[in-house]
Design a protein around this ligand. Structure first.
Ligand code: ZN
Length: 261
């Protein structure tokens, strides 16, 4: 049930991935999950995607971590094009907004109840306040390595590239949990870079996806409860290192997962 890869310290993994990235860059321009997913789903995300770019996700006891925390004059994130698990340790400037996920002090029933209440209308009509906190973290430990949103390609300088999910650095073979109860609608190899991918439909237009998995632990049609282990993390597909690419989709469009966690 594991990938066989030896999970190592994050810093070691990051250095290894940096070398991998250099090799990949030397070989060919990346055909990347973002481009693939964009073409696959026809998504074009508009303004506002970068609003949360300044956020850093922190879990008690963990160092803050984001990818390449440089900020352009326009305040847009300058991120890494590669869908890697590269992590840079930073400290946040005092004026930066910090977002801390809510500790799991409520039971899963309470959380599902909140989600169901929020989803009495179509997911696309759920207000940000109502959405916040309705999904649970897909990993026991969240170490953000690349946020959702638009970014500037560090190689070409091209703007408007869209990262369709939130990346978390995590050792291969780590349990991945369902963010809420639902039904598995996809559990297979993803043609557009996601590698081994699982999609869970939570109803009313809300779904979550889990990508680059080493082990698919749930089948299409299977009903999952919130928190169920549905897979093991990995680095399959368009990925340069062990990490989880987690997506939240509302009516078929990817949105910032942090708005629902
Ligand atoms: Zn990603």
């Amino acid at each position: 049930m594991t990938s066989g890869a030896a999970p190592g310290p994050t810093a070691v993994g990051a250095r290894r991935e940096s070398r991998q990235q250099e090799r990949i860059r030397a070989k060919a321009p990346e055909s990347h999950l973002r481009a693939g997913l964009k073409s696959a789903t026809g998504l074009v995300l508009g303004a506002g995607a970068g609003q949360r770019a300044g956020m850093v996700l922190a879990v008690a006891g963990l160092a803050l971590a984001v990818t390449v925390p440089a900020t352009s004059a326009a305040g847009q994130p300058v991120g890494n094009q590669l869908d890697s698990a590269q992590v840079s340790q930073i400290t946040a400037a005092p004026e930066r907004e910090l977002s801390f996920p809510r500790p799991a002090v409520t039971s899963s029933l309470d959380a599902d109840g909140k989600l169901h209440k929020a989803l009495t209308v179509s997911a696309g009509k759920v207000s940000p306040d109502a959405a916040k906190g309705t999904l649970q973290a897909p990993l026991d430990t969240l170490t953000s390595s690349s946020p959702f949103g638009t970014r500037i390609n560090p190689l070409t300088g091209a703007a408007g590239e869209v990262h369709t999910g939130q990346d978390y650095a995590v050792a291969c073979g780590t349990d991945v949990h369902a963010a809420a109860g639902g039904t598995v609608t996809f559990s297979a190899w993803h043609e557009y870079g996601g590698g081994n991918r699982i999609v869970v439909d939570h109803g009313n237009g809300l779904s979550t996806t889990y990508n680059h998995l080493s082990v698919l632990g749930a089948k299409v049609g299977q009903t999952l409860k919130r928190g169920d282990v549905l897979a093991q993390s990995g680095t399959t597909g368009a990925s340069t290192g062990c990490h989880l690419h987690f997506e939240v989709m509302v009516d078929g469009t990817t949105v910032d997962p942090l708005g629902w966690l």
